[in-house]
Design a protein around this ligand. Structure first.
Ligand code: HEC
Ligand code: HEC
Length: 379
């Protein structure tokens, strides 16, 4: 009897394990994309991969939260923006202007300048502030020397690395394929389990969820919808539109101080001043800088809130370091006497949906507690 139970248990265990294994099984192309994503030999100097700034252990964002921005492969170089999560980016529609809504939607990067994931993946290798390859040739040469060169040819054909332009497109294609897998987009947070009726939320989390959704309270779901939408049958917590929240600059937050130099080194770049000739006068115009329209200046793409509890700092420039600070900003930006620094871009600021939400301190905390249920891997 006991032995039989044991046997059944063992069979169930084996079946379950196979089930998990197959759920995580990647196709050859996805596996190749994964190897490329984690390969630290594809930067100049070697040492930096996509995962260096998009680490799965940190919600596919930068594990280093001591700065607003990420360090390049050359360690004295820094970009101008906070590394967003690379997870769930796959669901962003191609960048386009929605005629019905009268607004830009989708694309990749905070400013939408890459149309889609494949175009995005071609950027970091050649960016001198990131992986710093001098040419596509340099990336392809390193792949030729890698131990997954055979897999590359299995996926794209023998000789697929011979033409640099075509090979580089394949690299981006494979990375995008990996970024579309459920290894990256896990949908395994406490909130997902709550939607599947497998767990319940605490009172505090539940209160936060209601405030988050309530248009007369947090109104967060207006831009970060927590229900399925047009781009996925599960909630993405972004509608991929663009807004200027009046987020302050880092200079506004910290003043011209040693802390600022540490936290947002892009302003200074002492050893590489040509990357920011404007120095402290640098202003990030976001989408407006890309499409060249006054009406879009200062707008950036609404980020997903999945895994947000483990992806500090926050906003396109990393101006805020805690979720509480973010919520407090939404709640009090326009309250007289609140003393927030001036917005980085004082144009097109959204004053309809945020700025004076009238939330109590406890209500702010509840919204934070709710956002903490969005971290993947909840057991
Ligand atoms: C040095 C850090 C760094 C490295 C290395 C890096 N990224 Fe990024 N990544 C960023 C930053 C910063 C942004 C936002 C840049 C912007 O908006 O201008 C970004 C944006 C993205 C986005 C867009 C997400 C969204 O929601 O718009 C994706 C996807 C992405 N990176 C994937 C990759 C891939 C793939 C690689 C490797 C080929 C890579 N990254 C290498 C820092 C990095
Ligand atoms: C009008 C649209 C809109 C509304 C309403 C809105 N957000 Fe946002 N949210 C954005 C945009 C746009 C950004 C990026 C802003 C930036 O980088 O300057 C953002 C950024 C964030 C971030 C930082 C995420 C990251 O990865 O850096 C958090 C957290 C956040 N929002 C939470 C909330 C909460 C909580 C509410 C409700 C109290 C809310 N949002 C309401 C549009 C909105």
């Amino acid at each position: 009897m006991n032995i039989r139970i044991c046997m059944y248990a063992a069979i169930i265990l084996i079946v379950a394990t196979i089930g998990i294994a197959s759920a995580n099984d990647l196709t050859e192309k996805e596996e190749l994309g994964k190897l490329l994503f984690f390969d630290t030999d594809l930067s100049v100097p070697k040492g930096q991969s996509c995962a260096s700034c998009h680490d799965p252990g940190f919600g596919f964002a930068d594990p280093d939260s001591s700065r607003a921005v990420s360090m390049g492969a050359i360690h004295v170089r820094f970009g101008d923006r906070n590394s967003p999560t690379a997870a769930y980016a796959a669901y962003s529609p191609d960048f386009h202007y929605d005629e019905d809504e009268g607004m830009y939607v989708g694309g990749q990067f905070w400013d939408g300048r890459a149309a889609n994931l494949t175009e995005q993946a071609k950027g970091p290798f050649l960016n001198p502030l990131e992986m710093n390859n001098p040419s596509k040739q340099s990336v392809i040469q390193n792949i030729r020397n890698s131990d997954y060169v055979d897999l590359f040819e299995d996926v794209y054909g023998v000789g697929a690395l011979d033409d640099v332009e075509i090979a580089y497109d394949h690299v981006a294609d494979a990375i995008a394929a990996f970024e579309m897998t459920d290894e990256v987009n896990r949908f395994s947070s406490k909130y997902d389990k709550y939607l599947a009726k497998e767990v319940s939320l605490t009172k505090e989390e539940m209160r936060g969820l209601k405030l988050f959704n309530n248009p007369n309270k947090g109104n967060c779901a207006a831009c970060h919808p927590g229900t399925s939408g047009p781009y996925a049958d599960k909630p993405l917590f972004t509608d991929f539109t663009y807004d200027n929240l009046g987020t302050p600059s880092n200079l506004g937050m910290l003043g011209d101080s040693p802390e600022l130099m540490e936290y947002y080194p892009f302003y200074y770049q002492p050893l590489a001043p040509n990357f920011n000739p404007a120095g402290l006068d640098f202003v990030d115009y976001g989408l407006g800088g890309i499409v060249g329209e006054q009406d879009e200046m200062g707008k950036v793409k609404v980020p997903t809130l999945r895994n947000v509890a483990i992806t500090s700092p926050y906003m396109h420039n990393g101006a805020f370091t805690t979720l509480k600070e973010v919520v407090h900003f939404y709640n009090t930006r326009d309250v007289p006497g609140a003393k927030w620094p001036a917005p980085e871009v004082d144009m097109n600021i959204n004053t309809d949906e945020l700025g004076d939400l009238g939330l109590s301190n406890d209500e702010e905390d509840a919204i934070v507690a709710f956002m903490e249920t969005l971290t993947d891997g909840y057991e």
